[in-house]
Design a protein around this ligand. Structure first.
Ligand code: NAD
Length: 266
C-alpha cells in the first residue's frame, strides 16, 4: 500500500530509541522528511547514524519536552529549517514513578505528568499553527494499554496516558474539518529500552535471568497478550505510519491498540 506521504514533513519526539526511532525509519522509508528529536545529543546522533541511508531527508535537534523554553527553541529551529510540519508524532515518554499509590511522592507525580502528558501538550501547541496552515495534517499520540487498563503500581503513568487519550480525542474534534486528523496508538510490552529496564529490575528482584523475567511477567502480569511475546518496535511504528498517511484519510479520534490482545475488554 502506498502511504502517499513522499516529501511530507514530519517531526517525531522520542526518536533516539525504541518506538520513536522505528517510526522515524518507517516515515523515511515512505519518502517523508523527518525531524528527529530526543533529549540527549549523543543518543540522538547515534539514532541518526543508524538511519544513514536516509540522511538527506533527516534533521535532528535535541530538546527536552518537559521544558517550555527547549520546546520553543525546537519549534523555532524546525520552522527555520523545514518550515511548517505536516505530521507530528508524539512518542517521547518515561515510565515514571513506580510503586503503590501510598509510596509515590508529589515529585514523582509531577515529573511523570510533566513528561508524559504536558510534554505532548507543549510540543503539540508549539507546532499546531504550522500544522493547521497546510490544510492536510496528521497528529499521532503514543499512549499505552495502561490508559484503559490501569496497573496499581504505575498510576502516574496510567493517569498521564489516560489524559493523553482524552486530549487526542478532544483535538480530533477541533481540527478535523481543517484536514488535520488526530489519533492515538496504544501499545503493550514492546521490546525497547523502557521495558528492558523494567525487566532488568524484575530479574534482579526475583533473582532470575532477563528472559525468565519476561516469561513470568507475561504469565503473571499480562495474561491476555495472546501472542506470548514482547512486541517489536516496528510492529507499532507501522501502525503509526499508517495513521500518518493519506491511507488513513477517514480515521480520526481513534485509539489503535497494538497490544496482542493485552487489554481485556472490547
Ligand atoms: P524508549 O525509552 O526507547 O523511548 C522513550 C523516548 O522518550 C526516548 O527516546 C527518550 O529519550 C525520550 N524522552 C524521555 N524523556 C524525554 C524528555 N523529557 N524530553 C524528550 N524526550 C524524552 O521507550 P519506548 O518504549 O520506545 O517508548 C516510547 C513511547 O511508547 C513512550 O511514550 C511509552 O510510554 C510508550 N509505550 C511503550 C510501551 C512499551 O512496552 N515499550 C508500551 C506502551 C506505551
Amino acid at each position: 500500500m502506498d502511504l502517499n506521504i513522499r516529501d511530507r514533513k514530519a517531526l517525531v519526539t522520542g526518536a533516539s530509541s525504541g518506538i520513536g526511532l522505528e517510526t522515524a525509519r518507517q516515515l523515511l522509508a515512505e519518502g517523508a522528511v523527518v525531524v528527529m528529536t530526543g533529549p540527549e545529543p549523543d543518543e540522538l546522533k547515534a539514532a541518526v547514524d543508524e538511519l544513514a541511508e536516509f540522511k538527506e531527508r533527516i534533521y535532528a535537534h535535541d530538546a527536552d519536552i518537559a521544558d517550555d523554553e527547549s520546546v520553543d527553541e525546537l519549534a523555532a529551529s524546525v520552522a527555520a529549517e523545514v518550515g511548517d510540519l505536516d505530521i507530528l508524532v508524539n512518542v517521547a515518554g518515561i515510565h515514571g514513578a513506580g510503586g503503590l499509590f501510598h509510596e509515590i511522592s508529589q515529585e514523582g507525580w509531577d515529573r511523570t505528568i510533566d513528561v508524559d502528558l504536558m510534554g505532548p501538550v507543549r510540543v503539540t501547541r508549539a507546532f499546531l499553527p504550522g500544522l493547521r496552515r497546510g490544510g492536510w495534517g496528521r497528529i499521532v499520540f503514543v499512549s499505552s494499554e495502561d490508559a484503559v487498563q490501569p496497573y496499581d503500581d504505575e498510576l502516574p503513568y496510567c493517569a498521564a496516558k489516560a489524559g493523553m487519550l482524552s486530549l487526542a480525542k478532544g483535538l480530533s474534534r477541533t481540527y478535523a474539518s481543517e484536514g488535520l486528523l488526530v489519533n492515538t496508538v496504544s501499545p503493550a510490552f514492546i521490546a525497547t529500552p523502557m521495558t528492558d529496564e523494567m525487566m532488568n529490575e524484575r530479574a534482579q528482584q526475583k533473582g532470575t535471568s532477563f528472559d525468565e523475567a519476561i516469561a513470568s511477567f507475561l504469565r503473571e502480569e499480562r495474561p491476555f497478550m495472546e501472542l506470548g511475546r514482547r512486541g517489536r518496535p516496528e510492529e507499532v511504528a507501522k501502525v503509526i505510519a499508517f495513521l500518518c498517511s493519506d491511507a488513513a484519510s477517514f480515521v480520526n479520534g481513534s485509539n489503535y491498540r497494538v497490544d496482542a490482545g493485552s487489554v481485556a475488554t472490547i
